[in-house]
Design a protein around this ligand. Structure first.
Ligand code: ZN
Length: 261
């Protein structure tokens, strides 16, 4: 008889293989669910739903495969959007549209998306961002959609940059080309651990534009997951404006209600 350790390892490997296989199958089906005719799409969506039941991201109850959230959350959550004006440290004005307030179930959903491997929420979040944007502004005006960059180490740890994921998905929904235009050149502390003043200091001069000539004279939409003091977006905008873009507008899934001094 095999020693218990060998059996334990065998079971662990078997579990990992099944998990990997299911994940690959789901990714494969997800890729194809936007292709082909209606019947094929509906078949794949149903199959996906059987393998990986759709959940409301905000309260986690089971919902139909084609729903973004449950009927209770649809009734109770305000997703009309909030537009807030900000100023960079160089006194440049910019506006940001956020779908939700960062509180309650929305906050928990964002935290699960970022830290609890609920990468699938990205599709739903970006669809809502697209709906909200289309109600408020003419998205056809933008040349490029870009995102707030993240440390390579952090991306490796989390597996993805949530801002980039949201921007890439949003790009498909609003039909504006996605391009990574900003890179991080210095490491900094996590913004959410700091006060308002420290947040501004913490991200000062940490970004640079990858190809300034590419974005010159372009209208840019920049995407992030949550905006609080606007310090991060501010620094990105300072870099973008140095590269002589003509217009910038920000979009985030949520806006934090904490009032920093
Ligand atoms: Zn719900």
């Amino acid at each position: 008889m095999a020693p218990p350790d060998v059996l334990k390892n065998f079971n662990k490997i078997r579990y990992l293989i099944v998990k990997k296989f299911t994940f690959t199958l789901i990714s494969f089906l997800n890729y194809f669910k936007n292709e082909g005719n209606i019947l094929f799409k509906s078949f794949l969506s149903n199959l996906l739903h059987t393998l990986y039941p759709n959940q409301c991201p905000y309260c986690e109850i089971g919902i139909k495969y084609n729903m973004l959230f449950c009927s209770d959350c649809e009734k109770n959550l305000n997703y009309d959007g909030y537009v807030k004006e900000f100023k960079t440290r160089l006194n440049q004005n910019f506006a940001c549209l956020s779908v939700f307030k960062y509180e309650g179930n929305v906050k928990n959903a964002v935290l699960r998306y970022k830290f609890a491997k609920r990468r699938d929420y990205g599709e739903k979040f970006s669809k809502l961002m697209a709906n909200c944007l289309n109600k408020k502004i003419n998205t056809a005006n933008f040349d490029i959609i870009t995102s707030v960059p993240m440390d390579k180490i952090k991306i490796k740890k989390r597996g993805y940059n949530q801002s980039q994921e949201l921007a890439e998905k949003l790009s498909k929904f609003i039909n504006v080309k996605y391009k990574q235009t900003i890179r991080k050149i210095k490491k900094n502390s996590e913004q959410h651990t700091l006060s308002g003043k420290d947040r501004r200091k913490n991200c000062r001069g940490i970004y640079e534009i990858i190809d300034p000539s590419f974005i010159k004279n372009k209208k840019i939409l920049i995407c992030d997951d949550v905006v609080t003091t606007g310090s991060t977006l501010s620094e990105c905008i300072i870099s973008l404006k140095r590269a002589q873009i003509t217009e910038v507008f920000c979009v985030t899934l949520a806006i934090s209600t904490i009032d920093f001094k």
